[in-house]
Design a protein around this ligand. Sequence first.
Ligand code: ATP
Ligand code: MG
Length: 566
Amino acid sequence: MRQSKVFIPTLREVPAEAEALSHRLLLKAGLIKQSTSGIYSYLPLATRVLNNITSIIREEMEKIDAVEILMPALQPSELWEESGRWEAYGSELMRLTDRNGRQFALGPTHEEVVTSLVRDELKSYKQLPLTLFQIQSKFRDEKRPRFGLLRGREFIMKDAYSFHADEASLDETYNDMYDAYGRIFKRAGINARPVVADSGAIGGSHTHEFMALSEIGEDTIVYSENSDYAANIEKAEVVYEPKAHDEALLELEKVETPNAHTAQEVADFLNRPLDQITKSMVFKVDGEFVIVLVRGHHEVNDVKLKAYFGTDNIELASQDEIINLVGANPGSIGPIQEKGIKVYADNFVQEIPNIVVGANEDGYHYVNANPERDFNVEAFGDFRFILEGEPLSDGSGEAKFAEGIEVGQVFKLGTKYSESMNATFLDNQGKAQPLIMGCYGIGVSRTLSAIVEQNNDDNGIIWPKSVTPFEVHLITINPKKDDQRELGDELYQALQASFEVLYDDRKERAGVKFNDADLIGLPVRVVVGKRAAEGIVEVKRRDNGESEEVAAADLVNYVKDLYEQI
Ligand code: ATP
Ligand code: MG
């Protein structure tokens, strides 16, 4: 295409709030434009890349017998009432009302719709397994939309759902999807790693996330250098081996700790190491307040709490709730209390005696507190995040950390939706059984951003061949000069037989054109300039910057060879 006819509004300056590199590059190279927070238009170059990504996805889905459909984005609230998620999904669900007062959601995901779609049709084990997928815009009113396409409120997802008569069949499709996802990300030019993830409080038993390694990633991956262990930090188990200690239990003592609110401040004030201080956090679990204890250098992992308590409905109590509950501020909470609030403690709280805990009175702590003697612990468990360097649960050595962007997830749902929504089939004994389900998502627009996050240099994007919006960038430095324009036009015709060509025929300064070309980042650049009259052009690779002068007559073959090597 002639660049003069394509809409590529490149920018010299990007808004300061664009923190992520991929967000800045996508704005700068004129691929996306924000409509409002978390909502973007995809301009021509982005649309072409998205089409390439979705082609790869479609090919790989077809290989594993997943069939494409397109379900409505507008979903009636009744379906969400059936699954119980109209309430449970909370404020992330975009809700709206039609002219007759009926309520709808803009689909954030499609388990409800797809379950209602198949439940009337899939009646016999003979129709199973079945895997359906779609590529569509999803809507989530994210609390913190950010990083451009990485966390949007409207974004494109490939979502697939599979239906099975038994677990073995689910396992098979799950493994097929897992392998297909590996191929999709590799083909799209992403270095992604599958990690074991948390499957949430209810439903699924087994899930992996695919993480594109990147500093900007919002997820921390815990991995081993000696094995293939890799887990989301939310899920990574902390190994606890009880250690006996022979220290004497000292007498409980209430001490003044004025102005010391955080564990670090208390440690500093009492002149004790941070790991001797115990943090007490108040959580509301299904409406009931509980105290969770962790050592000062540890952090509570709320995902593990959700798994432990078997509910998604867990949140940190607010300051007001805490003051109402115990009459003290959050920084002074402790397990020694007469209110009967249940106390749960991380395993490592038992590792040392004579700990420091809040006294449930502002400005005071207890020193030399000991569980059982001074307070009851309902249960000890693994309630915290693993630290880098701690032993891994597979016994392979120390935990290493990396940051990742979740580009996809595969999930064994089991019968969560088929049971609540009454989607049954008749098994080979003629008995009605709930359908066994799996679901599998890829963030298509997030993947676009992750590709840019991993493929760039100081000058701009470096598109992998598999998804590049065009293959060759042909530039005439000065189209006002007849020899340049004529040779440019001629080469444009010739190259188009073998390549998707973006032809920069604009009447812009050479500097502007080169800057734009670097930003846009097509794999090969052909420049028609001063030596046009001699029939000589310059060919340059975007990835390593190597360039060569080539005779125009040989250009097509030269570029074909070069393109093979990239
Ligand atoms: P996250 O933990 O990042 O919020 P999620 O686990 O809620 O994501 P899923 O429900 O598994 O997301 O959705 C499938 C895929 O859709 C994710 O793996 C991710 O790639 C993509 N995705 C989810 N939320 C967003 C978003 N707000 N913007 C862009 N892509 C998203
Ligand atoms: Mg997910």
